[in-house]
Design a protein around this ligand. Structure first.
Ligand code: AMP
Ligand code: ZN
Length: 290
């Protein structure tokens, strides 16, 4: 099988009402719905004792490089740079800058939200049962785009556990139940499926462990994964020098990730594209499944 060609030009932007747009501006009804979903997931995190932090939308490349992003996910990556006004014209030509128009990029656009949590706790010691939640804009250079279902830039809410391995697994099972109960209350048919995560592909011991016991489960509605739970063992703890206050060992981590626009896509489909009806369903289900 040959890979589909990557988009290198012509990223389109639309209103999230279907089509193959890479970027969307959500309308008022969609915005209310997305915010209600995010409030619900954040509320679950806060109720479980999570603090909330607010990350930037880009990071120094050096930070993302620490997580093997450019070894394991180079195809997804975007980088950003200021213009080089000494050598370039400072003006786009037919919708694009040429490489010489830019200074060497030193900023990376993240493809997942939880990096912000590991970088926040870098070189610290923390309690065995640390829980934190954050939302960020994530960016993925996908081989195709399809509006809300597959975007170039989307919002991912995460709940991240740091501390003992047991704590990270309790959080995974607690939120697995929560997600399944919420989907049930929304009358969405959801399947939980083991998935592979190329994260550990180049890390021999962890890659082996990942094969022995799945480290990623996805929650699918139809053919769309709208959330995932991920176990990283002590990968991020080691890379960021995060240690447990109790015994000084590297922290274990896990994360629960919600792709907010994908929840929007499946709820809008389920409710005949009626955002207000979908919002009422979310409010009702959030009450039931909390
Ligand atoms: P992952 O880290 O791949 O498990 O991604 C976490 C969640 O982000 C997925 O479960 C999706 O809900 C969402 N997601 C991933 N890629 C995209 C995309 N290109 N567009 C919209 N949502 C996405
Ligand atoms: Zn994550």
């Amino acid at each position: 099988m040959t890979a589909a060609p990557h988009h290198t030009e012509g990223f389109t932007r639309g209103r999230g009402d279907g089509g193959t747009d890479a970027l969307v501006i959500l309308g008022p009804g969609q915005t209310d719905l997305l915010r209600a979903l995010d409030r619900t997931f954040t509320g679950w995190g806060r109720a479980a004792g999570a603090s909330e932090i607010l990350p930037p939308p880009v990071y120094p490349l050096r930070d993302l490089e620490k997580f093997d992003v450019y070894t394991n996910f180079p195809h997804l990556a975007f980088a950003a740079a200021p213009l080089d006004l000494e050598h370039g014209t400072g003006k786009p030509d037919e919708g694009r800058f040429r490489p010489g128009d830019l200074q060497a990029p030193q900023l990376g656009l993240p493809h997942a939200t939880c990096y912000g949590a590991y970088l926040y706790y870098e070189n610290t010691r923390l309690p065995d049962d640390t829980l934190v939640t954050l939302v960020n804009r994530c960016f993925r250079h996908e081989d195709h785009y399809s509006g809300l279902r597959r975007l170039l830039s989307f919002q991912m809410r995460e709940i991240v556990a740091l501390g003992t391995y047991e704590h990270t697994q309790q959080v995974v099972s607690r939120f697995t139940e929560r997600i399944l109960a919420f989907a049930d209350a929304l009358s969405l048919r959801m399947d939980k499926q083991a998935a592979s995560d190329p994260f550990f592909e180049n890390d021999g011991a962890r890659a082996l462990l990942a094969k022995l016991s799945p480290v990623k489960y996805e929650f699918q509605v139809g053919d769309l994964a709208i959330a995932s739970v991920n176990t990283h063992r002590n990968f991020f703890g080691e890379r960021c020098g995060i240690r447990r206050a109790q015994d000084g060992e590297h922290a274990f981590t896990s994360c629960v990730a919600f792709g907010l626009e994908r929840w929007l896509a499946v709820l809008l489909e389920h409710h005949g594209q009626d955002a207000e009806r979908a919002l009422q369903a979310v409010d009702r289900a959030a009450g039931q499944a909390s």
